[in-house]
Structures are given as structure tokens and as C-alpha cells.
Design a protein around this ligand. Sequence first.
Ligand SMILES: Nc1ncnc2c1ncn2[C@@H]1O[C@H](COP(=O)(O)OP(=O)(O)OP(=O)(O)O)[C@@H](O)[C@H]1O
Ligand SMILES: [Mg+2]
Length: 340
Amino acid sequence: MSADARPSLGPGLDEPVEDRFGRGPVDEHFAGVEDPLADLPDDLLVDVAHAVRDTTIREVLDRLDSDLVALHEVKRRVQEVAALLLVDRMRRKIGLDSEPPTLHMSFTGNPGTGKTTVAQRMGEVLHKLGYLRRGHVVSVTRDDLVGQYVGHTAPKTREVLKRAMGGVLFIDEAYHIYRVDNERDYGQETIEMLLQIMENDRADLVVIMAGYKDKIDRFFSDVPGLSSRIGHHIDFPDYRPDELMDIARVMVGRQQYRFAPEAEEAFRDYLVRRMQQPRFANGRSVRNALDRLRMRHANRLWDAIDGGDDKVSKGDLVTITADDIHASRVFHFARDPETS
Ligand SMILES: Nc1ncnc2c1ncn2[C@@H]1O[C@H](COP(=O)(O)OP(=O)(O)OP(=O)(O)O)[C@@H](O)[C@H]1O
Ligand SMILES: [Mg+2]
């Protein structure tokens, strides 16, 4: 694809893309080989260690694995992409061609299942793997892309695409862009520009569309050509109680608190009850619950100080007790569990 055949996004978008998987430099030794497929012997060895050392693949995958609980499908997909990009890199060293793979994705799932969190990480991951030249993430919704008046939409969308080039464009609740019942909706213009960019500039921009599964499915069936431009459709399932508990442990540890031994059981009990109540939002509900726990923990210490304690131990400062948890209204038929 030549640069002039791209949609006109304005200046600044045709920066040279160098040293990336699929496009990295051929090793000097093989640079003169005209047709590596025919001219190089099949038993020629390529140094794997060298290709792996050149990148931080293992480090990136290990960090993703330890930072995020569960999400096995997401992790497996990232692993597969990493393998493809690594093999691509080794092929490139001996002069074999490979087209950059299509890495546009859709993330579907209920609230708080980790879609935004993973999208935020994806930019960094694809950058470290050498696919994206910048690896930043631009997060948008319909209002950032679609204008209110004639002639506003194209410049708005163009500006966002320009900002996202070299990184990830994350479109949350992507289905709001397109209103099937309104032919004059300006969202159509955005869709057309997205379709074009997703095809022509797929090596320089990864588009991730996120939202509820049924709405995303409907959106894909309403917009021909969209689903087929997306290489990875990934579903984010609701977390099970033990996975929510693991998320809680990660969050508690990251904030340098700890659960007292009996608090673990109490929090598990809390989660099982909370899951059955309205507006449960997976990881987000865990985070909200921990925010409130910190408040109750602080109030408990405050009450002790008020009552005459003049020393607070480190243990006191870091330990969340079962009583802190049992004070939640979730145990007492809360009307709005997200604020209790
Ligand atoms: N697998 C996980 N490991 C650790 N933390 C997680 C995980 N999944 C979600 N969380 C945490 O849960 C919270 C909500 O996650 P996030 O915002 O990514 O959800 P979402 O799927 O984008 O939700 P929504 O559909 O409502 O936008 C965040 O604080 C996130 O860090
Ligand atoms: Mg989100």
C-alpha cells in the first residue's frame, strides 16, 4: 500500500516505520539473497536466543500473567500473537517476507470484567513485541468521533485517528457510533473512515472495540465488513468467586494492606452475597468494596485513638479485619450495595 493511497489524514502520519516485526532489517549476511525461500538451504539455522533476547517477550508475558487474574483466553491470545511476531522476526532476519498480521480486536463482556484494563495494557504489550511503533492507547467513545452538525464528523474522527496512529485506538461501547434506525446519523461517516483505516493502516494502528456482547454482535451484523477486519474476538467472562477473591488479594497487596486470616473468609462471604445483588460489576465492585473497607479500617483506628490509644502499630495500619467487612450493609440487606 503506497502512502498516497491512504485516506488523507493530514501531515505527520507517514513517519518511517522501522525495525518492527515483519519489517525489521534483514541480517547483512542474507541481504543479497534474491529469493530466500528457494536459495537458502532448509537446514540453515536461525539463532532463536538472539531473536528472543532482542525483545522483552518473556518479561512482557510474565508481567501480564502476574498482574491480571484469570483471563485465560486473553492471555492465550497474547501468547499466540507473541509467537507469531517472534517467528516473523526470525523469518525476517533471513529475508523471508511476511505481512503484518491483523490485530484489531473486539472485547465483549459484562461491566468490570477487565476490558478497559486489558486494552490499556495491550498498547504496551504490542509495542514491546515490536508491532506498534508508539504503543500508546487513545480511549474514545462516540462523542469523541461523531459531530453534531454537517461537516463536523470527518475532522473529528480524523483528529482521533491521527492521535492514535502507532498505538491502540480503544473505542468503548463502539455500537453507539452507528444508529441503524437513523440513516442520516453522522456516525456513518466515522464508520466508513474506520473501515478504511482498519484495512489500509492495520500495521500502524490497532483498533479495539469494546462493549456488551449482544450489542457488539448486533453492531457487527449491521455494519458489513467490520467483523471480518477484526482478527481477534475475545469474550471476557464474569469472574467466579475464587477469581474475584484473587483480584481482591492483588488489589489489597498493591495498596500495601493485608487481610487478617479470618477476614479472607469474611470477604469471600461478602463477595458471594454481593454477586447476587443489583449492579454487581465484577472487578469494579471488588475495587469499590475495598475502597469502603479502607474507610472503615481508618475509622476503626480513629475511634481507638479517640478512645485514648496513643500508639498505632504497623500491623494495625495494614490489617483489614473481619469486623471491618461484616460492617458492610451487604450483610444487612442494603438498598444500594455499591455505596455501602
Ligand atoms: N483480571 C483482573 N485482574 C486484576 N484486576 C482486574 C481484573 N479484571 C478487572 N480488574 C479490575 O477491575 C476494575 C474494573 O475493570 P475494567 O474497568 O477493566 O472493566 P471493564 O470490563 O472495562 O468494565 P466496563 O464494561 O464497565 O467498562 C479495574 O479496577 C481493574 O483493575
Ligand atoms: Mg471499561
